[in-house]
Ligand binder design. Structure first.
Ligand SMILES: Cc1cc2nc3c(=O)[nH]c(=O)nc-3n(C[C@H](O)[C@H](O)[C@H](O)COP(=O)(O)OP(=O)(O)OC[C@H]3O[C@@H](n4cnc5c(N)ncnc54)[C@H](O)[C@@H]3O)c2cc1C
Ligand code: SF4
Ligand code: SF4
Ligand code: SF4
Length: 541
């Protein structure tokens, strides 16, 4: 399959020239690690699945993608796509829309009803997974595919964790989430709902489990001391978002103040707007540059009419108003009080100040190390207690769905090895594919596709999905923008430019090899490879 966006040369235009052995350097075909792949917390082989997608084989693309991540339709909606931040194409024009192609593949798989391949032969081992959030689900998926009998114990009434009870519907429609979870469970994973694990060792003993993966997330809302009159309505963000999943929607009033600067604060404020609040005001003690929330979410919230009061803290809450104090940033960038006060009308105050982990299920387990309210794990995701592994929000790491999914995969590989009395050794990493190795002139201009969004009026009044997917032609176009950094895509350039016909073509999918009887080590192939898939190495003497 030729890349339509790469300009290629006619092969075989020079005569063979048997040169003998006066080379000091010889060319070598290499595979390098593209930056997108190394930045994806789930370790997806992005370039590999984009390659299938650009040839129109969406099922092959989806199958390759789901070897690492079982939730592409979810990822294509909620992942903050660090892969795109690292994409080499960003230095040329703009990053490949990896996330939108991932969503297209995820949605296409749901439309077509593609299923995962059956698991390997049963291993005879039983693994307990605690928590059916993204980390637990990912671990269960990978463990089941490796042939282990997996039982998930979930405290709540439905699976999904924060994907269900945190992320609002307008960013992640529930039918998409449910369909991806259902397909995963069809691998033979047992899901026990309303089954909170109170003591991990007892549950493991009771169910004769050989190992456990814990992924209980971080669900205890942090509180701040705010003097509040008895009539003041102070709620926490997680309870508000959770109640959106039930019959009774939260009563927040016409003027809602949200306290905090993370993504949760934005989700609550945007939810309040959709519930009919005239004013949804976020009070945050630092500046926009210092806000932990992702910029795209801040932008979307502002477009929907959410107001943000920067450099402010809440001093006091009363029945229908709050008092805020203006802050300034000191030399170290920390907010300091000014004593300058202001009153804002507020029917309710929602605290979105972060979450702590409920580690009570680990009480009395020997060997564990806790730090800053999280459980410590080694490079193999195992806690200090043999056979108990952990991941996701309950271990020290960035708290995102994709990191949680990556932990689940990594832990599953180590659990699998541990159950066999072995140690999992990840394959050695290829050297990185840098932008400097790309010959950009071979690629045509191709600006990034813009994803369609729901119109402003409907965004403020409904929970319909805001960001829409790409259609097939746009997804195909976007996949073709990939530069195939560091890996041969069979453009035939090396074959065409070699003055000594020293490049042997092995056939579609088999790439090329050098005929060193003819190669004189001129390095033209290296200079003319668009994507840095050939390097010169010292000649062996
Ligand atoms: C409002 C909000 C919006 C977010 N938006 C995004 C986003 O857009 N993109 C993104 O990447 N990340 C987002 N995040 C972060 C992301 O949701 C989390 O990092 C991720 O869900 C963590 O996954 P997890 O599996 O570790 O835990 P969770 O998703 O929290 O799942 C843990 C599960 O364990 C269950 N459980 C807890 N205790 C027990 C027990 N003792 N026994 C049995 N089950 C138990 C819980 O009921 C829950 O289902 C958001 C978070 C919030 C709060
Ligand atoms: S999961 Fe996120 S980081 Fe990984 S490829 Fe998808 S969008 Fe990129
Ligand atoms: S151009 Fe393609 S291979 Fe290179 S970093 Fe971007 S997505 Fe990855
Ligand atoms: S090695 Fe480079 S120049 Fe040769 S076919 Fe592959 S991508 Fe093209």
């Amino acid at each position: 399959m030729r890349k339509p966006f790469a300009i290629t040369l006619d092969p075989g235009s020079s005569l063979a020239n048997h040169t003998g052995t006066w080379r000091t350097l010889r060319p070598e075909y290499v595979d390098r690690l593209p930056p997108c792949n190394s930045a994806c917390p789930a370790g997806e082989n992005i370039q590999g699945w984009l390659y299938h997608a650009e040839s129109g084989d969406y099922e092959a693309a989806w199958r390759l993608l789901t070897q690492d991540n079982p939730l592409p339709a979810v990822m294509g909606r909620v992942c903050y796509h660090p892969c795109e931040t690292s994409c080499n194409r960003a230095q040329l024009d703009s990053a490949v829309g990896i996330n939108s192609v991932e969503r297209f593949l995820g949605d296409e798989a749901l439309r077509q009803g593609w299923k995962f391949d059956a698991p390997s032969a049963p291993s005879g081992k039983r693994v307990l997974v605690v928590g059916a959030g993204p980390s637990g689900l990912s671990a269960a998926y990978h463990l089941a595919r490796l042939g282990h009998a997996v039982e998930i114990h979930e405290a709540g009434p439905v699976a999904g964790g924060m994907m269900r009870f945190g992320i609002p519907k307008y960013r992640l429609p529930r039918d998409v989430l449910e369909a991806e979870i259902r397909r995963l469970l069809e691998l033979g994973v047992t899901l026990k709902l309303n089954a909170k694990v109170a003591n991990i060792l007892e549950t493991m003993r009771g169910g004769a489990f050989d190992a456990a993966f814990l992924a209980v997330g971080a669900h205890i809302a942090k509180r701040a001391y705010i003097p509040a009159g008895s009539a003041a309505k102070v709620l926490d963000a997680l309870s508000v978002l959770r109640s959106m999943e039930g019959e009774e929607k939260p009563l927040l009033g016409r003027r809602v103040v949200v306290y905090g600067g993370g993504n949760t604060a934005l989700d609550v404020a945007r939810t309040a707007k959709r519930l009919g609040a005239e004013d949804a005001v976020i009070v945050y003690r630092r500046t926009r540059e210092k806000m932990p929330a992702h910029d795209s979410e801040v932008e979307e919230a502002l477009q929907e009419g959410v107001l943000i009061k920067w450099l402010s803290t809440i001093k006091q809450a009363a029945e229908s108003s709050i008092t805020v104090e203006k802050m300034v940033l000191d030399a170290k960038g920390n907010p300091q009080p000014t004593g300058e006060l202001e009153t804002l009308a507020a029917d309710s105050v929602v605290l979105a100040l972060g979450q702590d982990v409920d580690l009570s299920l680990l009480d009395g387990v020997p060997g564990l190390e806790m730090r800053d309210g999280t459980v410590q794990v080694g490079a193999n995701m195992m806690t200090g207690h043999a056979g108990i592994f952990a991941g996701g929000d309950m271990v020290p790491a960035e708290r995102t769905v994709t990191v949680a999914v990556g932990h689940g995969k990594k832990a599953a590989r180590h659990i699998d090895a541990w159950l066999r009395g072995a140690v999992y050794a990840p394959p050695p990493k290829h050297e990185p594919a840098t932008f400097e190795q790309i010959n950009t002139w071979y690629y045509s201009d191709a600006p990034k596709t813009v994803r369609p969004v729901l119109d402003g009026v409907r965004r403020q009044s409904t929970f319909d999905e805001v960001v829409r997917g790409l259609d097939e032609s746009n997804a195909l176009y976007e996949a073709r923008r990939c530069l195939s950094c560091g890996n041969c895509f069979e453009c035939d350039n090396c074959y065409g430019v070699c003055p000594d016909n020293a490049v042997i073509k092995l056939g579609p999918g088999k790439r090329f090899q050098f005929n060193f009887d003819y190669c004189k080590g001129c390095g033209i192939c290296v200079a003319e490879c668009p994507c840095g898939a050939i390097k010169m190495v010292p000649e062996e003497i």
